[in-house]
Structure formats: C-alpha cells, structure tokens
Design a protein around this ligand. Structure first.
Ligand code: SAH
Ligand code: SF4
Ligand code: F3S
Length: 479
C-alpha cells in the first residue's frame, strides 16, 4: 500500500521548548461532503489505554465521529474504523498494545477497506514507531496527540488515496480551545486546563509525547465548566500533567493555578478535583483556595516517586524528601481531613537498599491512603534510559513486593479509620451486585450502597459500615 508521510515524529525536536504563549485554535472543524458520504452507515470503535488525558482525547474523537453521524460499533469486527489510543509510559503498556494490534491482522485481511489507526503517546516514539509500522502493515493511520483535530482530513487522505497516512507533529505551540462535545460519563467530566509538560523528569516520556506546556485560557476553562454544570454534570476533574504549573507559559503571568481553581469553584459546580499536581510547583495559595471552597474535594493525588533525596535528584524531581514532607504538612494544616494518595517508582537506576528504605519509611510516616506503585521502566530517548541500570530483576521485584506490602498496610489502616464516618457519595452507576449502586465520596473512595438506582446522579449522605480497603460498603442515611 502507498504511504503518505505528512509528518513523522522526531523525539529530539519534541523535547525542545520555545518561549512565548501558545497560539489559540478552534477544533470545530466542518467535514467535507466527501467524508460525510463516506461515513454514511459506517461504525467506529476506539480502544483507550493510559491516563485521563487519553480518555479525554478519546471523548473528543468520539465527538468528531458523532458529527459524521457514525455509530459506535459493538466490537472491533463490526467497525469500519478502529482507533487505538495508546500509552507509552511503561514497557508493559506498549507490549499490550502491540499484542492487541497484532490480533487485528485477520480482520484487516477480511475487510481491505478497514481503517486501523493508532494515536496517543506511542505515536510519538520515533524509533519504536518505525518497527511498529513495519511489522503491522495493516496499521494504516497514525496520528499524534497534537493532531486530533485533523482527524477528518486524515481519514479523507486514507480513503481517497488508498494510502497509509502518518501525521505526528512533534513541536507544537498551539492550543485547541474548543472541541465538539462528547463525554463518556453522565455526571462527571474531565476538563483539560493545560497540555504538555516542561518538567523533564529523567525517567518520563510524557514531555516528548505531549509536547511543551500550553495552558488554556481561564475564560475557556470556566465556560466549559459552566456548560457542563448547565447540562447537569455534578463533578469536574481539572486535568493536566502538572496542573499547578498552570499559567507559567503565559506571556503575562497574572493567572496561576490558585486563581483558576477559585474561578472554577465560583461556578458553583458541586464537586471539583484536579490531577496531577507537581510537588515542586505547589504554592500555599492553592491550599488556601482548597480550604476556602467546599466544592473543592479534600482529596489530593501528589506523586512522590521516591522517598530518597538522592534518587529524587537523579529523577530531576526538583524537591527533596524533607520538602515533600513539609509540603504535606502544609497541606494538612489547611485541609486537615485531606485524603492523600501518590505514585511511587521503585528500582530507579542505581537506587540503593538505603534509598529504598527511605521510600518505605516515608510511606509509613506520611500515611498515604493509597499509592500507585511501579517498577522503573526505561523509555527510549529519556535521560534515565542512558543511566547504568545495575539492579537485577530479582531485586526490582523484591522491592516492589515490599513496597506494595507497606502501601497495603497503610491503606488498610486508613480504610478502617473511616468506618462509621458519615460521607457524601455522588452515585454514578449500578454495581454488578444486584441491588447495589456505587459512587465516590468526597475523599475519592469508592462506596457501594444498597439503594434505589434513581439516586444515580445525586449526592447523598452515607454512613460507611465496612471497609474492603480499596472500596467500601455504606448505608444510606438520607432519602
Ligand atoms: N504527570 C504526572 C504523571 C504522569 S505518569 C505527574 O507527574 O504526576 C504517571 C506515573 O507513572 C508517574 O507519576 C510515575 O510514577 C509513573 N511513571 C512515569 N514514567 C515511568 C517510567 N519510565 N517507569 C515507571 N513508572 C513511570
Ligand atoms: Fe512526566 Fe515528570 Fe512531567 Fe509528570 S511532571 S508528566 S512525571 S515529566
Ligand atoms: Fe500514557 Fe501518555 Fe498518559 S504516556 S500515561 S497516555 S500522557
């Protein structure tokens, strides 16, 4: 098949940063009559991997397909276009995607017109992508995280020219402020407040896949939240790779994250969360705003990565063990009931047993309610991938297991503590167990309650009666 390369990713360029504020674009694109004709009676299927940023991107792709009047296919076999929205954060994520993509070969043999597309973070890894494209000839559309609003012209290219089309832009100084609307949930929505990341933690691929930091305008974010509220949404999660660096890329830095958070709180939307903040970018003013507004939830996911200053330095995290501890103390002084969760990487290159013990001890000292734990995974093109990885697979697994045990112990303690407490649950769905509905409390704990499904979409007072550590059983105490 013919190949049309509009742009091929260049990881080195993707790592470059230029000064100046982003150019604002609208993503409200009108499809051509050719594409509308092509789309008639056709179905799409999207498989989403990775973080909330990808979930939000898949919603946007869904909105573009909806505008073409395309239907969501029940499965891959009945789809005319299948999109893999991929994640590159760890080797494991990529291996899974490669496997699933390979599985589609027979399907594309049966239907030569089938479009199989790949977007998301894997599309930005220049070297691995070459191999992926060579070994998966049935993959006929690849586009990057900055090319989502170009989906119509990309599909049109594929169809008209019967070509494999590649378009992964690496450098980007634009922000798409407006997209057509589609949400997967009925009561909770993700709202992007910024794109990209300028932090360059040495292990991380994200600054190369999502590009340089670009913040959205305060007015655009607030408008989006107001629209969601009018439609009956009860909760928004403000999204960004590093939300508290919000606004640092504006020419005139008069707006920071605390300001934006306050403006969102003032919309009166019942619940606000945000993820993820970076410990080095926290200013006290954010905690002040969190303490001031009841609709900002008392739950914070604050990625720590390691409890050893030595390792944090090698990771380029820009804070020490003590600074992280002090930050948590400051947070708790403003929001005393805050539920704190984190991300931790073990077995970063050259991590010693002493370094690792510092991670174990900080988990006990700070009492995280839960933590996502990972074994370090080298990513091509990142500085850490060039460091000497001197740890054996056995040591890595052993540290991971020991950490998981301590994290579970802390989570169990936290879980037991909240039994008998009264919380407010926003019910969002029916549980598989007959007669139960479920939702999240203000602390972001999953709570199951035996109650009528008519309560879905409502916030109700619930007494926690049982802890299963990562989920809870509650009793409705409000009609
Ligand atoms: N922007 C977010 C993190 C996004 S990635 C933040 O900085 O908070 C989510 C988590 O994946 C990270 O917090 C880190 O713990 C983990 N992670 C990232 N790169 C990794 C790698 N190369 N190996 C293992 N874990 C990694
Ligand atoms: Fe990756 Fe660090 Fe940016 Fe998070 S802050 S996305 S870990 S580079
Ligand atoms: Fe994965 Fe990209 Fe998110 S690498 S974690 S999908 S930003």
């Amino acid at each position: 098949m013919k190949e049309k390369v509009i742009s091929w990713p260049d990881q080195k360029k993707a790592g470059m940063r230029k000064k100046g504020e982003a150019i604002r674009l609208s993503g409200n694109i009108v499809p051509s009559s050719f594409l509308c004709d092509w789309a008639k009676g056709k179905k799409y299927f999207i498989k989403t991997y990775g973080c909330q940023a990808n979930v939000r991107d898949s919603e946007i792709l869904t909105a573009y397909f909806n505008l073409l009047n395309m239907e969501l296919a029940d499965n891959e076999a009945s789809a005319d276009i299948i999109i893999f929205n991929t994640c590159a954060i760890r080797e494991h994520a990529e291996t899974r995607i490669r496997g699933e993509l390979g599985r589609l070969k027979p399907l594309s043999r049966q239907n030569p017109d089938l479009i199989i597309g790949l977007c998301g973070c894997m599309a930005h890894e220049s070297e691995p992508l070459k191999d992926l494209v060579a070994t998966n000839k049935h993959l006929n559309l690849v586009f990057g995280t900055h090319n989502i609003h170009e989906i119509y012209s990309l599909i049109e290219n594929c169809v008209k020219e019967k070509a494999r089309v590649f378009n992964v832009t690496s450098t980007v100084d634009t922000v798409v402020e407006e997209y057509p609307e589609a949400r997967f949930d009925t009561y909770k929505a993700f709202v992007n407040i910024m794109y990209g990341c300028d932090k360059f933690c040495t292990y991380c691929i994200v600054p190369y896949t999502r590009g340089q930091q670009r913040s959205r305008k305060v007015e655009c974010v607030v408008e989006e939240v107001k629209r969601l509220k009018e439609k009956g949404f009860m909760e928004v999660t403000l999204l960004g790779q590093n939300v508290n660096a919000y606004g640092l890329d504006f020419d005139n830095q008069e707006y920071d994250f605390a300001y934006l958070l306050e403006q969102v709180a003032l919309t009166g939307i019942p619940r606000i969360r945000f993820t993820s903040p970076h410990p080095a970018d926290f200013k006290e003013n954010v905690f002040k705003v969190m303490a001031k507004y009841k609709n900002i939830m008392p739950a914070l996911h604050l990625p720590m990565q390691s409890g050893s200053t030595n390792v944090l330095n090698k990771m380029n995290r820009r804070y020490s063990r003590e600074e992280y501890i002090n930050l948590v103390k400051m947070l708790r002084s403003y929001v005393s009931d805050v539920r704190l969760t984190t991300d931790i990487i073990v077995a970063f290159p050259t991590e010693t047993e002493e370094d690792f013990l510092e991670t174990l001890s900080i988990v006990k000292e700070l009492h995280f309610a839960s933590a996502y734990t990972f074994i370090y995974s080298p990513r091509v093109g990142t500085p850490a991938s060039r460091m000497v990885d001197n740890l054996t697979p056995e040591i890595k697994q052993d540290r991971f297991n020991r950490l998981a045990k301590v994290v579970d112990e802390e989570a169990t303690i936290d879980g037991k503590k909240c039994v008998n407490s009264i919380v407010e649950v926003l019910f969002d769905s029916i549980d598989d167990v007959i007669g139960f509905i479920k939702g999240y409390d203000e602390y972001n704990r999953l709570v199951h309650v035996k109650a009528d499904p008519s309560l879905i979409g409502k916030i109700k007072k619930v007494k926690i009666i049982e802890s299963h550590t990562y989920s809870y059983i509650g009793e409705l105490i409000e009609k």
